[in-house]
Design a protein around this ligand. Structure first.
Ligand SMILES: C[S@@+](CC[C@H](N)C(=O)[O-])C[C@H]1O[C@@H](n2cnc3c(N)ncnc32)[C@H](O)[C@@H]1O
Length: 208
């Protein structure tokens, strides 16, 4: 049952403050009513791409939500995983899972509470999507990443075209290397409903 009222609302968000409101209501049921009910595969796929491409710790999960991607990284043997999200309510659910070393609220369209060159890598699952965060946030992600660090960022296919990700990655060509854009389906075979075939890329690249 990929048709979830909350999912429809999430795609219709306009501002960071809209996200804070919606995810405050959604945090308590997100893992069961959305992720499990819809066979949501994206956090696992992002974590697997990150590790397979040689991603190291410390790693920052941006738009971490309830911590599904962090859980997958931990399952793959990683530690020193930090989390940031605009929604304190989502981070409160993530904190209960004891996956993350540090959790802090932050708006990806603004400056994050982290020093330059802090992280060996960044992961993000489901946050670079319609109504959420656009390519302008890449500059801030690169600021907090160490030179040579790896980024694994899922981008919804419709958002990729509409929000100018291709142009942004081109503009960053002097600042990043090793860009690949593997395509993935976001939900598994048990999903149904309007979004069951949603797909996109996992942008994998390194900071120069
Ligand atoms: C669809 S959820 C994905 C959560 C988790 N990564 C996953 O895959 O389950 C999107 C997350 O992005 C966060 N978000 C939305 N806008 C944001 C912004 N401007 N800065 C930081 N986080 C944001 C929301 O609070 C929410 O937790």
């Amino acid at each position: 049952m990929t048709k979830s009222p909350m999912l429809e609302d999430a795609y219709a968000l306009r501002t960071p403050q809209d996200s804070v409101k919606l995810y405050a209501d959604w945090a308590g049921s997100y893992d069961s009513d959305f992720a499990a009910a819809n066979d949501y595969q994206l956090p696992r796929l992002v974590a697997e791409h990150y590790v397979r491409a040689g991603g190291q710790a410390p790693v920052l999960d941006v738009g971490a939500g309830t911590g599904l991607c962090g859980e997958e990284l931990k399952r793959l043997g990683m530690s020193d995983i930090d989390a940031t999200d605009i929604s304190q309510d989502m981070l409160d659910v993530a904190a209960d899972k004891s996956v993350y070393r540090r959790l802090f609220t932050g708006d990806l369209t603004q400056r994050l509470d982290a020093q330059d060159n802090t992280y060996a890598g960044i992961v993000s699952s489901g946050t670079f999507t319609t109504g959420h965060v656009g390519p302008e946030a890449f500059d801030e992600l690169l600021r907090v990443t160490r030179p040579g660090g790896l980024l694994a960022i899922s981008i919804n296919a419709k958002h990729y075209q509409a929000a100018g990700f291709e142009a942004k990655l081109k503009a960053l060509s002097g600042a990043i290397t090793d860009l690949t854009l593997p395509q993935e389906r976001f939900y598994g075979p048990d999903a149904n409903g309007e979004h069951k075939n949603d797909k996109g890329v996992i942008a994998l690249f390194r900071k120069s």
